[in-house]
Design a protein around this ligand. Structure first.
Ligand code: BG6
Length: 491
């Protein structure tokens, strides 16, 4: 439980993120009794609401979007702490109003402020500049921290500009750049599984691991985000951030300590060791795709080019399968395959570590049913892990079968693990930024993706159409087959 009082200031309070994630997260933290007795929410938006209207809207949001049961008493405890302030984020006058509100809290001895920027990226800069101008980011009595939603820039240049403005206003350790994948339960469990069990680490290298697969297939399309997505595409929307974070956590060396400084240090070393793609790209390194109309979960859905605010001639990819190499001592020669895409036949995020074939398998070749050992981290929708082993089938004949150890955390604990935003807000209040992305990580990952995008355009790499509801482009299946491997759990 956090003891010190604080004010949670939300910029973009009338947007989707606030109602779907932020307020339900605060509610869940209150249910778990993790918040101090004295915390307040200042919700800033451009709509003409009163605090009362806003509070009622948020009550509906909690009922609709929280995974927890609605407890009137807990909600009432939060409701009365929310003040809505209306102003235009790019107009300086609003910040004077905000300052007035914060001064009133200061008079009551509440000096800690967590600013959450849940706004369109073009507003990050004016907000930070105004907060700084009004001296709202300097730490006198209490802490002042900024949480900032993705996307952090649209490209390296924009990300660097934004970063300069941020670091000019406050130091790196008070900037909490969100990658919500880092808030997911099983991502943290990867570190626990790797470093608290002595059986895995000795095998976690090129001598024993054949390859690694990281996949985040999704059934959703791009929804109403056409104008953002069409400029961005899958490589920047999913690979540069979420997938690179997962890759770094799987591949990193054990950190000296489990704190932000040491974990980030090790993750950056992995990202720096990523081998740049060759100048001449082919289907054996990267396959891009774009969904066409099809059927997902029994419903007919439009193709990407028919989505709102998408250029009808767009070549923006909504699917990518990539083969990456990490040029360091531990991983030399071990391919890391990444797959992600919209409107696929399945939604699950998983990391599969496939171990090398046992030399002893040859002893059993007549029975031809030995399978490689695979350790799978299930990130969502089910949380847990799975380990595939070979065993003898009971009976008089010698046959093999797979004895699989399947730990389903969701079945054991129900759907109760904290949602990503719950954990991220809590850690920001605690001042732990190990679950957030540092500038160095972003800088390296942006450089890598921009280099790849440049090579893609030079090579005019095809963007294969794939029907919505399918496994993705056939070329992605081939990418694996040609290496004598197969995607895990594709159907
Ligand atoms: C977001 C992307 O960062 O992550 C979306 O912008 C994507 O395009 C989403 O759908 C996936 O997150 P999750 O938690 O649903 O796997």
């Amino acid at each position: 439980k956090v003891e010190k009082p604080f004010v949670f200031v939300i910029f973009g309070a009338t947007g989707d993120l606030t109602k779907r994630k932020l307020i339900p997260a605060i509610y869940a933290l209150a249910i778990d009794n993790l918040l101090p007795d004295n915390f307040y929410i200042l919700a800033i938006g451009r709509r003409d609401y009163t605090s009362e209207i806003f509070q009622n809207l948020m009550e509906e949001a909690v009922k609709d979007y929280s995974q927890r049961d609605f407890e009137k008493e807990v909600w009432n405890g939060i409701k009365g702490r929310i003040t809505y302030i209306k102003f235009d984020f790019s107009a300086p006058e609003g910040y004077l109003l905000l300052k007035k509100h914060l001064d009133i809290f200061s008079e009551k001895g509440i000096h800690n402020h967590l600013f959450f920027l849940a706004v369109a990226p073009n507003l990050f800069e004016p907000i930070i500049i105004e907060l700084k101008k009004n001296n709202l980011l300097s730490e006198g009595n209490g802490w002042k921290r900024v949480m900032i939603e993705k996307p952090f820039g649209e490209n390296l240049e924009k990300a660097s500009e934004l970063n300069n403005i941020l670091t000019d206003a406050l130091p790196e350790e008070r900037i909490y750049r969100i990658d919500h994948y880092l808030g997911k339960e099983m991502i943290q469990n990867i570190l626990t599984l790797r470093f608290s069990n002595s059986i895995f680490e000795p095998l976690w290298n090129r001598f024993h691991i054949d390859h690694v697969q990281i996949s985040i297939p999704e059934t959703v399309g791009i929804g109403s985000r056409g104008s953002y997505y069409d400029r961005t595409g899958v490589l920047k929307d999913m690979v540069q951030n979420h997938m690179f974070q997962l890759l770094a956590i799987i591949a990193m060396e054990p950190p000296v300590k489990l704190d932000a400084e040491h974990i980030r240090f090790e993750k950056i070393r992995v990202m720096r060791a990523l081998r740049p793609f060759p100048d001449n790209l082919s289907d054996s390194e990267i396959v891009l795709g774009q969904y066409t109309e099809g059927i997902v979960d029994g419903k007919a859905v439009p193709g990407y080019l028919q989505e709102e605010k998408v250029d009808p001639n767009s070549r923006t990819p909504t699917f990518a399968a990539l083969k990456l190499w990490i040029d360091n001592y531990r991983w030399q020669g071990v391919p890391f395959y990444l797959l992600t895409g919209k409107r696929l036949n399945r939604k699950n995020a998983e990391i599969a570590i496939q171990f090398k074939e046992s030399p002893g398998v040859k002893l059993y070749s007549d029975y031809a049913c030995a399978k490689p050992n695979i350790l799978v981290f299930r990130i969502q929708p089910y949380e847990g892990f799975y380990f595939q082993l070979n065993a003898k089938k009971p009976g008089n004949y010698y046959e093999m079968m797979q004895a699989n150890m399947d730990y389903c955390q969701t079945a054991e604990y129900g759907n109760n693990s904290p949602e990503a935003y719950e954990r991220l807000i809590m850690e920001a209040i605690r001042g732990n930024n190990s679950l957030f992305t540092s500038w160095d990580e972003l800088n390296v990952s942006w450089r890598y993706i921009e280099d790849l995008e440049m090579k893609l355009s030079r090579n005019s790499v095809p963007v294969y159409p794939y029907p919505a509801g399918s496994v993705g482009p056939e070329a992605a299946v081939k990418l694996m087959e040609n290496d004598g491997r197969a995607w895990w759990n594709m159907d």
